[in-house]
Design a binder for this molecule. Structure first.
Ligand code: UDP
Ligand code: MG
Length: 319
């Protein structure tokens, strides 16, 4: 593919006044370099997304974009969380750019991976996932929780790329298709693999945050994981159904057992009736819950209204 496409780098920012100037400096160097080498067009930009910050983040973004046309910004009306901020940025950027890269404001993700991502893009990839080659710099707690998170997601049947966060390159085409995913409980890194199209990964070292603190406290992290599972998988519901079937079968065995004990005359009056009722009723109840759950699951997938297919190329439009 011919080089020189318009690149937008989308950066969600929540209370990032401490890191913004340094981030701006480093991204400017990178972009200038890429523009000089004619890898990207000179109309390329960094788009900061202010996610309802309570500090001076937005004022800073305004100032930066006034001083340098390489930078621009959008602001959300209030804090909507990382995923929504990112979505807002991606959906806005796709109207101006040929290709978009999303990354965090703290530059924990190595910006030198951008070159590799762009190379793969010009080789014909529509999505390039940034994957951390190591987590040496993360705390033990972050490492363990993150690892268990990926494992658990796999178990629950959610297809996500191991050690990939939201550092990724996406072409305009993928973003256009992506806008057909109308869900409200966003878990972006689960949706991009669903979109399909040619994709690849690049590996990079993850650094420490150079300033400020993580904006992902445990509570937000758990919420995020829960969204990931419940937005992508009906497995928890299937678990209830499985339990129901198990309980129902056991109840039949237990009833036979109760009757045998009764016939052998080793029971007190009323025990057989009570024991049978408890087993039978809970078995039937759990089974019914599972069946209802199955329908709720179907309704849930329908309500999301995800596209059923995405055409990745159309030769009629490629003349
Ligand atoms: N962020 C956001 N809204 C939020 C929380 C975080 O836009 O409600 C942004 C934040 O400014 C940063 C990115 O999401 O650019 C990732 O956050 P952070 O670096 O704190 O997460 P961690 O790297 O610790 O997982
Ligand atoms: Mg970070």
């Amino acid at each position: 593919m011919k080089k020189g496409n318009v690149l937008y780098i989308v950066v969600p920012c929540y209370n990032e006044e401490e890191v913004l100037l340094e981030t701006t400096k480093r991204l400017k160097e990178k972009l200038d370099d890429l523009i000089d080498n004619k890898v990207i067009s000179k109309n390329s930009k960094v788009m900061y997304v202010n996610d309802g910050s309570k500090d001076k983040t937005w004022e800073l973004i305004e100032e930066i974009s006034q001083n340098d046309k390489l930078f621009t910004g959008i602001s959300l009306s209030r804090n909507r969380g990382h995923q929504n901020a990112l979505l807002a940025g991606l959906m806005t950027a796709k109207n101006y750019a040929d290709v978009v890269i999303s990354m965090d404001a703290d530059l924990q993700d190595d910006i030198n991976a951008i070159d590799m991502m762009l190379n793969k893009y010009y080789d014909g990839c529509d999505t390039v996932y940034g994957v951390r080659s190591s987590r040496k710099k993360d705390t033990w707690f972050k490492k363990t929780t993150a690892l268990s998170f990926y494992k658990f997601m796999k178990m629950m049947g959610v297809d996500i790329i191991y050690n990939h966060a939201d550092y990724r390159l996406t072409s305009k085409r993928v973003l256009e298709s992506f806008s057909d995913y109308k869900e409200i409980n966003l878990f972006l890194r689960g949706i991009f693999p669903l979109v399909g199209c040619k994709s690849d990964v690049v590996y990079y070292e993850r650094h420490e945050r150079f300033a400020g603190v993580s904006k992902y406290p445990l509570k937000k992290m758990l919420n995020f994981a829960w969204d990931g599972i419940t937005s992508f998988s009906v497995k928890p519901i299937r678990l209830v159904l499985g339990l129901g079937i198990l309980l129902f079968v056991t109840s039949i065995i237990m009833i036979i057992y109760c009757v045998i004990v009764k016939l052998l005359g080793q029971t007190v009056t009323g025990w057989t009736f009570l024991a049978c009722s408890i087993w039978m009723l809970s078995g039937v109840q759990m089974l019914s819950l599972g069946i209802i759950g199955e329908y709720v699951g179907k309704v849930y997938s329908e309500v999301k209204g995800r596209p059923r297919y995405i055409i990745s190329r159309n030769l009629l439009e490629e003349k």
